[in-house]
Structures are given as structure tokens and as C-alpha cells.
Design a protein around this ligand. Structure first.
Ligand code: FES
Length: 321
């Protein structure tokens, strides 16, 4: 799935609620009534915004509910415009077109113990996951939810309900790195074959990745649905060579390898487009990559690259296409 996913399900916005500072919850139902396609926790939809953009949003409602979908959108001033448009303009009664749900982050069926580390709007997909787990008495979880201040924490009231007592810990750091969540006591030992899911700003995901180096990579999962670009101000242009045809493709600053390939007519599978799902994994044959994903292990980084976020440290890289 990618940003051009078919958005052919007509829905009507049935509720618009500000649920934290800068975070708006949208509820939608099928325009013609009846059930929407079923989804599993971790799913996202693509939404064709009335201004023409297509953006992906995690479903944050209970997967057991089939009449409505819910998404939580953080107004990202530095984003690509989708969240600002929705937060400022969308109203109850609006009609949208969405795709069927897709899921790159299914909870493992055989897992019984889960640790969630969410930061900011990263709580959205985690909400669907804890709903799904709460429906099964055999499953256990603990959620650590980080935000700068309580007012910025979405679903705070819901997560403070008695049913989540002992299962949810809020952590507020005032934006002070010295007050960041201490990850070590959480990840020091992998107990009960637990799986960790982290959905947070890049810095917290990187910290979780660094702190879980002794865990099996199969037990540590990262999710991202950010509307923010992955580029950095000091990015420079480079060239990608396709090993199969020797075709040379320029990748200017501000453009991802994925976008540059598509602009030249290549079809490249993708999903999260934020370096967390693994869909765009590609062989790296020559040159040095500037890896910006949270998927590849240090060993894999020698011979693979994620085309949606990573760049080059050498003027040219050769990829296995
Ligand atoms: Fe998900 Fe690139 S599309 S890692």
C-alpha cells in the first residue's frame, strides 16, 4: 500500500472533538449506513482530504466496532499540510473518501504479553491495540505514555478509567531530556516473552531501539504515522544507480529515493513511508547509506536500505533493482 491507495469508501464525519491540545478526534461512518470493513489493531486508512492530499492515519477505535472508524490527528505546523487542513477545516457532516484498512503492524497471535511505549500522537494506533487486547482475558499489557504535559496527552480521561488501573503509566517530561522516561527498568530483562511496540517521535523510538539491543529484533516493533517529513535541512543531492539496468536517478535534497524512483516511472511498494514497517527494504550493493529507518539491524545496514527515508553518504549508491 502507498499514498496512492484507492480511496473508494465514502464516509461521513459524525464527530469532531478536540481531545488534547492540538489533537482532534474524528469519527466517521459509512455514508450510506451499515458496517465498514473490519480491521485489526495497528491498521491505518488512507484518507483523501478535500484539498486533494492523500494521507494515512492509524485507526484508534475498538476493532470490535464495525459501524465507525476513529482517527486522532495532531496539527503539525511543520508537516506537509494534511493535518493542518483537517484540524482547521473538517466539520461534522463532511464527506470523505477513504481506503479499506491495511495493517503492517499486526499483534502476534501467539504473544500474550505486551509493552507499549507511546509518545504524543503515537498513542493513536496503541489505543486500538489495547482495545483489542482488553477483549481477550489471556492477554496482558502495560502502556507507558509520554507527553510533555498532561494537556498534550490524548485519551487521558479514557486511559485513566478503572479498567486500565495498573496497566497505564503516564510520564510527563516538560520537554526536558533530563526528565525523559527511564527505559532501562522497562527493557532490562525480557520477561514472559513480551513484545515491545513503540509509536512515538523519532527520538524516543531511537532511544527504545538503542535500549533494546539485547532483545530479539522480532520482539521489538516500531510504528510511525507522522505527517512530518523525514528530510533534514542539511540534506544534499546524490545519485542512485539501478544495478539491473545501470539507470542513473538523481535524488535532490528534499526528495526521497522512493519519490525519485516513482517520478521516473518505477513502481516501488511502500506503506508507512517513515522507515518503520520494512515494506520498501531494498538491497544496497555499493556506496554508503545514511540510514534513517528503525527496521534494519546493524548487520543488515551493510547490505540493505529503506528507500522511503534513508539517503546516501557517498555521491552515488547502487541498489538492487
Ligand atoms: Fe515502511 Fe519504507 S515504506 S519502511
Amino acid at each position: 500500500m502507498n499514498a496512492t491507495s484507492q480511496t473508494d469508501i465514502p464516509v461521513r464525519v459524525t464527530r469532531v472533538d478536540t481531545i488534547a491540545e492540538g489533537i482532534v478526534l474524528f469519527e466517521m461512518r459509512h455514508r450510506d449506513g451499515g458496517a465498514l470493513p473490519a480491521f485489526t489493531a495497528g491498521s491505518h486508512i488512507s484518507l483523501r482530504i478535500p484539498n486533494g492530499m492523500v494521507r494515512k492515519y492509524a485507526l484508534c477505535g475498538d476493532p470490535a466496532e464495525h459501524e465507525r472508524y476513529r482517527i486522532a490527528v495532531k496539527r503539525e505546523d511543520q508537516g506537509r499540510g494534511g493535518s493542518v487542513y483537517l484540524c482547521d477545516n473538517a466539520r461534522e457532516g463532511d464527506e470523505w473518501a477513504i481506503s479499506a484498512p491495511a495493517n503492517d503492524f499486526e499483534l502476534p497471535q501467539r504473544g500474550d504479553n505486551f509493552i507499549f511505549i507511546a509518545g504524543g500522537i503515537g498513542i493513536a494506533p496503541v489505543m486500538a491495540m489495547i482495545h483489542e487486547l482488553s477483549n481477550d482475558p489471556a492477554k496482558k499489557f502495560k502502556l507507558y505514555y509520554c507527553a510533555r504535559r498532561p494537556e498534550l496527552a490524548a485519551f487521558r480521561e479514557r486511559l485513566s478509567a478503572p479498567e486500565f488501573k495498573g496497566k497505564v503509566a503516564f510520564h510527563y517530561d516538560d520537554g526536558d531530556p533530563d526528565k525523559a522516561l527511564d527505559l532501562w527498568p522497562i527493557v532490562e530483562e525480557r520477561k514472559n516473552r513480551a513484545h515491545i511496540y513503540c509509536c512515538a517521535p523519532h527520538g524516543l523510538m531511537q532511544a527504545v531501539r538503542d535500549a533494546t539491543g539485547h532483545w530479539s529484533p522480532a520482539a521489538v516493533h516500531f510504528l510511525s504515522f507522522a505527517d512530518a517529513p523525514s528530510q533534514r535541512p542539511d540534506d544534499t543531492a546524490f545519485r542512485v544507480k539501478l544495478a539491473s539496468t545501470a539507470e542513473l536517478i538523481d535524488v535532490p535534497a528534499g526528495v526521497t529515493i522512493l519519490e525519485a524512483l516513482r517520478a521516473r516511472g518505477h513502481t516501488v511498494p511502500s506503506s508507512c513511508e517513515s522507515g518503520t514497517c520494512g515494506t520498501c527494504r531494498t538491497g544496497l550493493i555499493a556506496g554508503k547509506a545514511d540510514h534513517r529507518d528503525l527496521v534494519l539491524t546493524d548487520d543488515e545496514r551493510q547490505s540493505q536500505i529503506m528507500l522511503c527515508v534513508s539517503r546516501a553518504l557517498t555521491p552515488e549508491i547502487v541498489i538492487d533493482r
